[in-house]
Design a protein around this ligand. Sequence first.
Ligand code: G6P
Length: 608
Amino acid sequence: MCGIVGFVGIDKASSVLLEGLSKLEYRGYDSAGVAVIDKDHINVIKCKGRLANLEKKLESHPLNGCVGIGHTRWATHGEPSDINAHPHSNADGTISVVHNGIIENYVELRNELKAKGYKFVSETDTEVIPQLIDYFYDGDLVDAVMKAASKLQGSYAIGVICSKEPGKLVAARKDSPLVVGVGKGEYFIASDIPALLNHTRDVYFLNDNEFVVMDNSGVKILDENKKEIKRDIYHVTWNANAAEKGGYDHFMAKEIHEQPKAIKDTMTSRIMKGKPVTLDNISLTKEQIDNIDKIYIVACGTAYHAGVVGKYAIEKLARIPVEVDVASEFRYREPIINKKTLMIIISQSGETADTLAALREAKAKGARVIAVTNVVGSTVSRETDDVLYTWAGPEIAVASTKAYVTQLIVMYTLALFFAQNKGTLSDSEIENLKAEMLTLPEKAEQVLENEDVVKDFASKNYAESDMFYIGRGLDYAVAMEGSLKLKEVSYIHSEAYAGGELKHGPIALIEKGTVVIAGATQQKLVEKMISNIKEVTTRGAKVLAFALEGSKEVKDVVDSVIYVPKVIDVFAPVLSVIPLQLLAYYMAIKKGCDVDKPRNLAKSVTVE
Ligand code: G6P
């Protein structure tokens, strides 16, 4: 996820671009850059780090010109660096491009272009775009952009300028956001509305596979056949703050709603119908996998809870013994690690001190380490040879939501990859599981459509001071995460217990009116869970269950049920965690808590 802006007008482009980018830093902030046309050539200034670095650089290298593009980056392909920062250009610097999205076939395109003599300087997927446009350019930028776009697979919102057509900016979108701002004699593109609001409130929303051409005379929206599309102007009435959050009141709500896309992006090019499961560039042979005698999954907080699901999935599907541990415990308990150990580190930020220490310990003892992280260029990603990224985009709210579901997707991908290589599942079983995984984005969307049931429950129960979360198997793993979310954002005390364990102590705390959230998505365990639910209802507990659609037996024994779409047991956590995230969110809102920045917590914990 990155932010792009573009400007055509009479003011100095660089200041307008910088100001627009400052409103998009929430989309990424590891590097930034601008390209501005000055008479007949393009000047590009870009650098690693926050926008402030770019501002500084521009003070000593001021740019003239009224047409330009800008970018703030959230690295996906290639670490954050000056070279990998956008804009990217063709060899003679006559075409510059900013891009938000992922070009899935960039390796193929890169190779084709290299065979034609094109040279690449960055590690990015984006660099193929200006090179492709260059390849197709024959005096008409719009034609060349359209031809290049027809070759791109994946997602993109792009802004393109060309010094041979100096007054013009061309943009296009597919599966990445892009809006067009219409001012008085000045025109804009941006990934999100806040970047425009200081200049105009009149915008066009673009649809996939549409193109935009703007110059001093105005803006045209074109379809793939260059036919002009008439679009009504939308007048923005929200304030900039709300718009930055995509119309949501808080980043946490926005991030919960971004989960279907984050799940989809994280499966991209790893889970595909009819193709083997792949782990990006990680080479792990069958022999190496057969040689693994134990896997440790080590992480903190929410990432640890994703590890618990990972343990279930890997043991069930690939039959390799897995131990999962919190990093602060792991590092001091003298774990038995040798060359046959595989360690999986999970960390959204890639900077958590205890997780890093566990990684270093395992490496020093000769274990192979695979890191699962959301941040390209983070310390964890730099200290391991093997990294699997979760493509959740920047997570701003302190309580982790979309990072968690993408961590689950990576855990399933690893489990299937191991199963495929060890032969613990047949080809058709793997095909079925992949097909099921590919339905998760749509099913997650359906869960979000039922948000009101959770909201209603929260509004009736937010005054509680203690709650319990119970579940068996994977529902227990989800219960732990649900309970953590509630504590983090609403400050309500809660405990997660394995359904069968409650009677060994904590049941003493159940009394009339105690709220218990019970998970019952695991078909084989539903009956056992119903017995556990009855144990608490007979003692007066008020139970909200989460279960799979059609599971009527649960409804009869609880006060209310949140249904999630039917799904194979092992994948249920991806869907059942969503109502629990929403529950924590709405309880916190009702209590008036600062959900995005809960007291005493930090997003990235870099101390022991
Ligand atoms: C902090 C955050 C949690 C997060 C944990 C691990 O406690 O508040 O949301 O789960 O750190 O962070 P990591 O970046 O390593 O996943």
